[in-house]
Ligand binder design. Structure first.
Ligand SMILES: Cc1cc2nc3c(=O)[nH]c(=O)nc-3n(C[C@H](O)[C@H](O)[C@H](O)COP(=O)(O)OP(=O)(O)OC[C@H]3O[C@@H](n4cnc5c(N)ncnc54)[C@H](O)[C@@H]3O)c2cc1C
Length: 401
């Protein structure tokens, strides 16, 4: 779509951010008959990729996705968790339903989410940035934007902030400030070729090799994987960068002896609790912008998609009722929190606890868990296993288990 300087476009809904949650909100809102425009500041949806690309498949029916193969590079049969001393917990296919099921091609995935939205009638503008919100008598009524050097406005009944981890929309709306450094993981990842990890599994390395986080090896095929780590920002004292930690890990392991890095990405993930408020008059936040990343794993795709579907459906109800005020939008707050919030808080508390464990305790915990024979690979199942052997480690949140 071409715009001229000073143009004013009229839509029911403007979505800021063409990531998976922006597109999915647009998809379900458009399905309810809303006129939706998605703005994406990058010139290509889904690219460049800044992601480990691990996703479960348990949400496909809920999100009405029938073909996952087109955006999958490797299906895994389970996960292996390694303690610093090398104790291993293997979680097999039978148990691995919950957290990681495939390693995807994130650029294709994001484009497919956009395709599904476009097929429901949503419009997209790439290389177009939202610059600020338009307010009228306290209500948010649209967005100021810039596309190909032209400033223009979109007037709308509702604005969706789906602009990711560093959401400006959330700040412009006064919904929150900066995230605490304790709750940010700074990440660094290589795509490594010619390595010798078992590509049927995802691999997670715990302990001081990645302070406050973990190292992941997510296979993209035989001999090739995303190899990355996340480190709690407050643990970085300036002496080493995340890249230094990852390089050290790689050079310490024989599986990488012949490995070549063919790609590198840096980024950050919020492992904060969910935002206290994700709505205001004429505006809602979804996905990373609403801080629904799983604080334990740093995975944000699936929670974001589930929340985005709820957002799109509530927007349909807003349009039907002609109500876009914060009071009406509590429907959204309530529905997504009922669906996701308990687990987000439980995993936040688990993450806080995991960050206090030393390498020896990780060794003991992984050892004990591998004896137990978990039935499911979910954070919940792992916590219950830890609770059985080391109740003192997770006493604080036994109510939530
Ligand atoms: C290194 C790394 C590894 C990760 N690994 C995993 C993983 O393995 N599994 C997993 O589930 N999650 C992972 N995540 C998290 C996951 O990437 C996010 O949770 C997910 O992308 C959230 O989707 P979203 O649509 O909310 O936000 P995003 O995907 O961040 O999309 C936001 C979009 O908004 C656009 N935008 C921002 N500001 C504006 C503006 N002003 N105007 C217009 N457009 C704007 C951005 O360009 C972007 O395209 C990882 C994150 C990182 C950094």
């Amino acid at each position: 779509m071409l715009v001229s300087e000073g143009d004013v476009l009229e839509y029911d809904v403007v979505v800021v951010g063409g990531g998976p949650t922006g597109s999915t909100t647009a998809r379900f809102a458009a399905r309810q008959g809303a006129d939706v425009l998605v703005l994406e500041k990058r010139q290509e949806i889904g690219s460049p990729v800044r992601c480990g690309e691990g996703v479960s498949l348990t949400w496909l029916d809920e999100l009405e996705i029938d073909d996952y193969k087109k955006w999958t590079s490797q299906k895994v049969v389970g996960a292996r968790l390694y303690s610093p001393a090398g104790n291993t917990l293997e979680i097999t296919e039978k148990m691995a339903g919950d957290e990681v099921g495939v390693v995807c091609e994130r650029d294709i995935f994001d484009k497919e989410m956009a395709n599904l939205a476009a097929r429901e009638g949503a419009d997209f503008m790439v290389k177009t940035s939202a610059l600020g919100l338009i307010k009228d008598d306290g209500m948010i009524k649209g967005v100021k934007a810039r596309s190909m050097g032209k400033n223009f406005e979109i007037h709308s009944d509702i604005v969706v902030g789906a602009d990711g981890f560093e959401s400006q929309v959330g700040r412009w709306a006064g919904l929150y400030g900066a995230i605490s450094p304790n709750d940010i993981m700074t990440c660094f990842q290589y795509r490594m070729a010619d390595i010798e990890f078992d590509s049927r599994y995802t691999h997670f390395f715990l302990g001081s090799t990645a302070p406050g986080g973990y190292v992941w090896v997510f296979p993209k095929g035989e001999g090739i994987a995303n190899v990355g780590l996340g480190i709690q920002v407050s643990r970085l004292d300036g002496s080493k960068t995340p890249k230094d930690y990852l390089d050290e890990f790689i050079s310490s392991r024989k599986e990488f002896e012949d490995g070549e890095a063919i790609d590198m990405v840096a980024g950050a993930v919020s492992v904060a609790p969910p935002a206290e408020k994700t709505t205001t008059d004429g505006l809602i936040l979804v996905g990373d912008a609403a801080r629904v990343v799983d604080p334990m794993t740093g995975g944000g795709i699936v929670n974001g998609l589930k929340q985005a579907k709820i957002a799109g459906e509530v927007i349909g109800e807003c349009i039907e009722e002609g109500r876009f005020d914060d009071e009406f939008l509590q429907l959204y707050e309530k529905r997504w929190r009922d669906r996701l919030e308990n687990k987000l808080w439980r995993n936040y508390m688990a993450k806080e606890k995991a960050m206090t464990l030393d390498d020896k305790t990780f060794d003991k915990v992984i050892d004990a868990l591998s004896d137990l024979g978990l039935e499911k690979m979910s954070v919940g199942a792992i916590l219950e296993g830890v609770y059985e052997r080391y109740p003192e480690l997770i006493k604080e949140f036994e109510d939530m288990l």
